[in-house]
Design a protein around this ligand. Structure first.
Ligand code: PLP
Length: 377
């Protein structure tokens, strides 16, 4: 039977936001997890040049694979064979590759709830069985080793995401190590989604590879590198599995866009520009963490990284989609409903993305303050 795939409700909010904008309303987009900045200047400059000079055929750039190996040496001190990087059209197909490389229909795969909507939906589309584990404040809304230890029978796999979407929480190194140990002992394959690496406001997130060298790691140019629409990412596969994953990638989508691969190589060295974005996110995060509790929104998952705050609004609603729509219509602030990330308790949560400018963050806070003040009169 074909899998039933749930919609992405934030898209409904985004459509409403664009309708309001077309009617002349001012909207602040905090519903999608995407930087409002463009690609780094050096990436754009090389793209202009390549457009004029390159025929842009199917291609997997050896220079970009070598660049990613350098990036991992610089960021984590790992020495990785560039051939282990399978270049993809963003993290999304890398997730499909990782799941297809590890599991067969009917396999059970554990993941945290709340979590990124595509995990559950792609698992279902591949006829795999999501084992969603309710994760609350006691584990920082994250999968923990104890969860994986308690599952009986052991799942075939686990998806770990740190920093996570929608919460931004990071799994500490000691816990990652424990997770890796349990997975090794129980024969659980680890898929580690590290798409938000580079965006940390506490200690930098550790790569799962440090503790589980056989893990499949997913990365992307969409978030830290501010290149969402360029559709470029990678799967970092174990040495003996990379070629099979690459063959599967070739059959699914041939190669990543060649223009983006040229540009991505330049982005890897655009530290000053990218770190300036992180400073803006940090400032926005601080402003929100100061303002939201004043509005009675004080149950917030610790936003260690990424660019989200995931807020418990159960005292205001038990229908987060309807709440997000009302908030958007009455304030112009677009947010994502928790049901995208948690089909059970998500009706009590909303997610705000602070990957916007600081002026927009301040404006959003002012609008929320006025809205809450009017409600309490
Ligand atoms: C946790 C997580 N993984 C993967 C993705 C997919 O990103 P992309 O395909 O743009 O690289 C996203 C997008 O928001 C995400 O939040």
């Amino acid at each position: 039977m074909p899998a039933v795939i749930d919609p992405f409700y934030a898209m409904e909010i985004n459509r409403l936001a664009h309708r309001l904008k077309a009617e002349g309303r001012s909207v602040i987009h905090m519903e999608y997890g995407q930087p409002s900045t463009g690609a780094p200047a050096a990436a754009i400059a090389v793209a202009h040049r390549v457009l004029d000079t390159d025929s842009m055929g199917y291609w997997e750039s050896p220079e970009l694979q070598a660049g990613l190996a350098r990036h991992y040496r610089r960021s984590y001190g790992f020495d990785i064979d560039p051939g282990r990087f399978v270049l993809t059209c963003g993290a999304s197909p890398a997730l499909v590759l990782a799941l297809a490389a590890n599991f067969t229909a009917g396999d059970r795969v554990a993941l945290a709830r709340p979590g990124y909507v595509a995990y559950r939906n792609v698992l279902k589309a591949l006829h795999l069985v999501p084992i969603e584990i309710a994760c609350g404040a006691e584990t920082r809304y994250q999968l923990a080793a104890a969860h994986l230890e308690a599952l009986d029978p052991a799942p075939k796999g686990a998806i770990v995401a740190s920093p996570a979407n929608p919460t931004g929480t990071i799994i500490e190194a000691a816990e990652l190590e424990k997770i890796a140990g349990i997975c090794r002992d129980r024969g659980i394959a680890v898929i580690s989604d590290e798409i938000y690496h580079g965006l940390s406001y506490v200690e930098p997130a550790q790569s799962m590879l440090r503790f589980a060298p056989g893990a499949f790691v997913i990365g992307s140019f969409s978030k830290y590198f501010s290149m969402v629409g360029w559709r470029l990412g990678w799967l970092l596969a174990p040495a003996d599995r990379a070629d099979r994953a690459r063959a599967f990638a070739g059959n699914m989508f041939l190669t990543a866009p060649s223009l983006s691969q040229h540009a991505g190589l330049m982005a890897l060295d655009a530290h000053d520009e990218l770190e300036a974005h992180v400073r803006v996110y940090r400032r926005n995060r601080d402003l929100l963490l100061q303002a939201l509790p004043r509005l009675g929104l004080d149950r917030i998952a610790p936003p260690d990284g990424a660019f989200y705050v995931y807020v418990d609004v159960r005292h205001l609603t038990d229908d987060s989609l309807a709440f997000c729509k009302t908030l958007l219509v009455e304030t112009g602030v677009a947010t994502a409903p928790g049901i995208d990330f948690d089909p059970v308790d998500g009706r009590h949560h909303i997610r705000l993305s602070f990957a916007v400018s600081t002026a927009e963050t301040e404006d959003a806070i002012a609008r929320l303050e006025r809205w809450f003040a009017a409600r309490s009169r």
